[in-house]
Write a protein that binds this ligand. Structure first.
Ligand SMILES: Cc1cc2nc3c(=O)[nH]c(=O)nc-3n(C[C@H](O)[C@H](O)[C@H](O)COP(=O)(O)OP(=O)(O)OC[C@H]3O[C@@H](n4cnc5c(N)ncnc54)[C@H](O)[C@@H]3O)c2cc1C
Length: 391
């Protein structure tokens, strides 16, 4: 079991020590002001932790997804919110696996050194929603360039990133039975520094305020010109590269939810062991004990599925089923833990100084994004159990 290996324990300890410099009050302040936790991301970057997945030949730590997932878990377990930096981990696969030598040589050493950030990906659109193959943002060839025009309803951390992945349509969506609907979408790795200095009018960023501190935006691309050298892999096959990264994304987000789950159960237990009502600790009431215990068991079970998914991923074996199940189980477990913790705190659960309501809002997202749990159930039903497709 990975948790028992010395390397992982060391990594956990290192992450914990860094996170200790960012106590609850820090996250409360950034949440209140919807401020990007820049100092925290800088600290992790300087320590090299955000380059965990970059091979050592490019200056990264050359670690596996198991290790990366432990870093994400520890951030959330400490009371922090890894959404500020997780995309640097899970978008990396598209560049590592499908980028060409020139792209890797240009970007990876700088990302590993912390002088460049790859934190943003622009895929989801209003009309298409979960049906990504129906996106309409278009990239039209013009000499040595592509011109990107369209609207994305969600693109997080674009203002905090130097590089951006954009998925755009380069040919019509194939229609009819038996056609490959994923064809015709191309993935671009856009250098935002060039866009910001030479053609700022082509990129319109509209901040979106959400129920928790998440640096997310709507984007309008007004004919943004990108060189053909920005294409990742082959034109028309971008959706495949995006799917390729989904397992990593699901495993990492599962780890974050698991970190939250442990935070909620620990805080719930601490409070239940200290608060006295009716002349006894509230934790001595089974009505208080059982929901925390129930949630803890769910978190532990999800944790095991996360390790299994990460182990398969790192071994290069198929892990779609495990990665999806890990994300589903972890998001449901952290939500159970969140509710148990809130109930245990009674009225104080709603007071921001206790941080429960903040983490409660943060952890709710895992059931919905980046993929909602219904889609995961559909995946497991059809791909794992062999039931008919419903859509
Ligand atoms: C905070 C936040 C940050 C985000 N950041 C990014 C980002 O950086 N880049 C990016 O590209 N996207 C981002 N997203 C978008 C996210 O990936 C989408 O919200 C998600 O893919 C779901 O799409 P949708 O919101 O359009 O939901 P819809 O597709 O409209 O679905 C709505 C609901 O309907 C249900 N549903 C839909 N279809 C089915 C079906 N066939 N069977 C059963 N149920 C179904 C689901 O349960 C779902 O909850 C972000 C979202 C959030 C909340």
């Amino acid at each position: 079991m990975h948790t028992l290996t010395a390397g992982l324990d060391q990594l956990r300890e290192q992450t914990r020590l860094l996170c200790a410099g960012f106590p609850d009050a820090y996250w409360r302040e950034t949440d209140r002001n919807r401020r990007y936790p820049q100092e925290f991301v800088d600290t992790l970057t300087e320590a090299g932790l955000l380059s965990a997945l970059i091979p050592t030949e490019y200056g990264g730590l050359g670690l596996g997804l198991t290790e990366a997932s432990v870093i994400m878990e520890e951030i959330n377990k400490s009371g922090g919110h890894s959404a500020a930096c997780h995309a640097q981990m899970y978008t990396m696969g598209a560049l590592l696996r499908h980028g060409n030598a020139a792209q890797k040589n240009e970007y990876l050493p700088q990302i590993a050194a912390g002088s460049l950030r790859l934190q943003a990906f622009s895929i989801t659109e209003d009309k298409a929603g979960s049906d990504t193959t129906s996106i309409e943002t278009a990239a039209v060839r013009d000499g040595d360039d592509f011109i990107i025009t369209g609207h994305k309803s969600w693109t997080s951390r674009i203002e905090e990133s130097d590089l951006l992945f954009v998925l755009a349509r380069t040919s019509e969506k194939p229609e009819g039975k038996g056609t490959d609907k994923t064809h015709g979408l191309t993935l671009f790795l856009v250098d935002l520094r060039q866009v910001r200095t030479e053609q700022p009018e082509t990129l319109e960023v509209v901040k979106v305020r959400t129920m928790f501190n998440y640096a997310t935006n709507q984007i309008h691309y007004h004919g943004m010109r990108v060189p053909a050298s920005a294409v990742i892999g082959e034109v028309g096959k971008g959706f495949r590269y995006v799917i390729d990264g989904w397992n990593a994304e699901r495993i990492l987000l599962a780890s974050e939810a698991i970190g939250d789950g442990y935070w909620f159960t620990t805080r719930g237990v601490e409070y239940a062991n200290s608060r006295e009502v009716f002349g006894r600790k509230i934790g001595s009431n089974q009505g208080v004990q059982f929901p925390i215990t129930d949630a803890y068991m769910k978190v532990r079970a999800a944790d095991m599925m996360r390790y299994e998914a990460a182990r398969l991923f790192d071994a290069g074996e198929p892990c779609g089923a495990e990665a999806n199940m890990a994300k589903h189980l972890a998001s449901e477990a952290s939500w159970a833990a969140a509710n148990a913790c809130l109930d245990t705190h009674g009225g104080y659960g709603f007071v921001d100084e206790y941080d429960v309501e903040r983490k409660f809002r943060e952890t709710r997202m895992f059931q919905v994004a980046p993929v909602n749990n219904n889609m995961i159930k559909s995946f497991v039903a059809t791909k794992v159990l062999g039931l008919p497709r419903s859509y």
